[in-house]
Design a protein around this ligand. Structure first.
Ligand code: HEM
Length: 158
């Protein structure tokens, strides 16, 4: 089950990246073309938020049950030792903190578009919050080229 959830977590990143890019692109088109903010625009942002929330749930499971979360912190003897080890620090602190901040930003963006503000402000807020979230997500994904913490691009790949 843990392997299946790790594979799901790995795959879900692509949904998040694609939805985030779509929201960013759609917001640029919305502001540029002075378009009204419609149901389709809201639904796109909702898809991004839902995929982030599922990712959060799976991530929390991996953190509490998998080898690189709580187990590793207790094996290392606490956060002091975790902070001194690059790999442990990445999984125990950087990945989780970065992704949590990014998911919070996605939520703030979504709640902004529910407010009674001009449509252009909705597109602009969505653009900035999603862009910031995207930068953090890209920076804290364990890409294969990352030294020590690199993981495959897709489940089942080396
Ligand atoms: C946008 C959000 C996130 C993205 C894009 C993301 C992406 C990834 C990727 C690509 C991996 C490597 C998967 C593999 O080995 O094939 C991973 C591993 C992991 N993630 Fe996330 N993650 C996100 C959020 C989170 C959150 C919020 C948590 C914890 C609360 C978390 C906890 C973990 C843990 C513990 C692992 C390592 C699992 C292990 O090897 O045992 N992730 N993540």
């Amino acid at each position: 089950m843990e392997k299946g959830l790790l594979d799901l977590h790995s795959l879900l990143r692509w949904f998040i990246i694609i939805f985030a890019l779509a929201v960013i692109f759609n917001s640029i088109m919305g502001v540029g073309g002075k378009k009204p903010f419609g149901k389709k625009d809201k639904r796109l942002a909702l898809f991004l938020m839902i995929s982030c929330d599922i990712q959060l749930l799976v991530g929390l499971f991996l953190y509490f049950v998998g080898p690189w979360g709580m187990k590793n912190i207790s094996n290392m003897g606490g956060m002091g030792a975790v902070m001194k080890d690059k790999v442990s620090r990445f999984w125990g602190v950087e990945h989780i903190t970065g992704m949590l901040v990014a998911i919070i930003l996605v939520h703030i963006g979504y709640s902004a578009i529910k407010k009674d503000i001009p449509d252009s402000s909705k597109f602009k807020k969505l653009f900035w919050y999603t862009l910031l979230a995207m930068v953090i997500i890209m920076a804290t994904i364990p890409w294969p080229f990352r030294e020590l913490v690199g993981r495959p691009l897709f489940p089942g790949m080396q």
